[in-house]
Design a protein around this ligand. Structure first.
Ligand code: PEP
Ligand code: MN
Length: 272
């Protein structure tokens, strides 16, 4: 069936070949699998340094960690801010990892772009159009997370804002949507992976951590994402999840689980 599309630059009709985003030696999209791992939030220099070491040792390519955290309540830990960007940049450089961090407002795009290799737009900001427009003028790749109630069409139109602003390096991230089910934090929409790859040429990354909210489901949903054709994964891992500063310890893998999972993935798909 032919559906009318309001987006253009994001569409595979417009751009038939897969977009491949090259950052240093790492290629995202076009058949190789990239793994981004790390804590929900950057907490201290020691924490991010140790986790970076473990991500690298396990075979990951990108260190994740939020310096600015979009918390549901205003009294929850909001992230360590700009200092966290500095801590993460140092850990990434020391251990030979690229870095990804969330940017929440247009005003902070420049400083985040100064310190991080990839900028993340969180689910709550997928339709923050001022932020998307600003990211369109930025020279760093963007990982755009799907809004937890967004349709594919809304998701691809959000990507279109960034592309239309002149930034071609956008990856799409399925991180779970809100459904009637409450056992899991979100419902990871695995169909999104092949659907988005059909509609669009942009790389598709899966987030089984936020997609399930439960540590024990991260491994099977990571493997399912790879089987469904994901171009990459973003996975939360923490050295002391029970004492992590956000509530996301419950969905964070222990370092040994993360390492075992990446070993298993090598059998499913070659890592970058
Ligand atoms: C995160 O990656 O830590 C995060 C806040 O993700 P999301 O925007 O998908 O909830
Ligand atoms: Mn998180």
């Amino acid at each position: 069936i032919k559906i009318s599309k309001s987006y253009k630059l994001a569409s595979r009709d417009f751009h038939p070949e897969d977009t491949v985003i090259s950052i240093g030696d790492v290629k995202i999209g076009g058949g190789e699998l990239v793994v981004m791992g790390g804590p929900c939030a950057v907490e201290s220099p020691e924490q991010i340094d140790e986790i970076a070491r473990l991500v690298k040792a396990a075979g990951g390519q990108v260190l994740r960690g939020g310096a600015f955290k979009p918390r549901t309540g205003p009294y929850s830990f909001q992230g360590v801010g700009v200092e966290g960007l500095v801590m993460m940049a140092e850990a990434g450089k020391k251990h030979g990892l690229l870095t990804i961090t969330e940017v929440m407002t247009p005003e902070y795009v420049d400083v985040c772009a100064e310190y991080a290799d990839i900028l993340q737009v969180g689910t709550r900001n997928m339709q923050n159009f001022d932020l998307l427009r600003k990211l369109g003028t930025c020279n760093k790749p963007v990982l755009l997370k799907r809004g937890f109630s967004a349709t594919y069409d809304e998701f691809l139109n959000a990507a279109e804002y960034i592309l239309a602003g002149g930034n071609p390096n956008v990856m799409l991230c399925e991180r779970g949507i809100r459904t009637f089910e409450t056992y899991t934090r979100n419902t990871l929409d695995l169909s999104a992976i092949p659907v988005l790859q059909g509609l669009s040429h942009l790389p598709v990354i899966s987030d089984p951590s936020h997609g399930t909210g439960r540590r024990e489901l991260v491994e099977p949903m990571t493997k399912a994402s790879v089987a469904a054709g994901a171009d990459g994964l973003i996975i939360e891992m923490h050295t002391d999840p029970d004492n992590s500063m956000t509530g996301d310890g419950v969905q964070s893998l222990f370092p040994d689980q993360f390492a075992t999972l990446l070993q298993d993935l090598e059998k499913l798909a070659p890592l970058v």
